[in-house]
Design a protein. Sequence first.
Length: 212
Amino acid sequence: MNQLTASVAFIANDFDISDLENAAWQQARAVAITRYWSGETAPEGRHLEARLLWSDTHLYVKFTARQAEDLVVNPTPDTTRKTNGLWERDVCEIFIAPDKKRPNRYLEFEVAPTGEWIDLAIEITGEGRNTDWDFCSRMEAAAAIERTQVTMAIKVPFAAFGASPKQGDIWLGNIFRCVGSGATRGYLAWRPTMTETPAFHVPDAFGEIRFE
């Protein structure tokens, strides 16, 4: 069963996001993402776990994804700037609303197996979804492809959120994976959005992200 709350473990010292095997990651409790947006259980070869850390200045997220099929990635990635349309290929995502009273305003961070990334600021209104495509969080990203799994990670300064958490604070958000292509493309969600068709931008489905 997926957790109702994602815990974020505190670390005293920052580290380089490219250090995917840093011992600090073991302090974080794994959040299992095993279901599609519809609530249906995804094949084990598509399961994902996420680990979250925080320091005085940064949020860290590490995605470890099982990979039992061919990767769907950009053959000529550019990791020096954000990649629009990243969600059309294999990708892991996290949405985070720092103000739990306003879950309709949140930030979106994505990272691909290639290390490509994108950061966006989102607001859901009665008229639809407003996206700030020029939003600049100064996030950092890293990734590694192995034979049966893909590891991706991001590091985001709290300045991007306009707020720094304190121990015990609760933010809101959701965690996703897009994998595969065509008719068998899968859309996994930590908190299934239960929409008629695959959709991630559903603040009502956000879960609690607790800073320990």
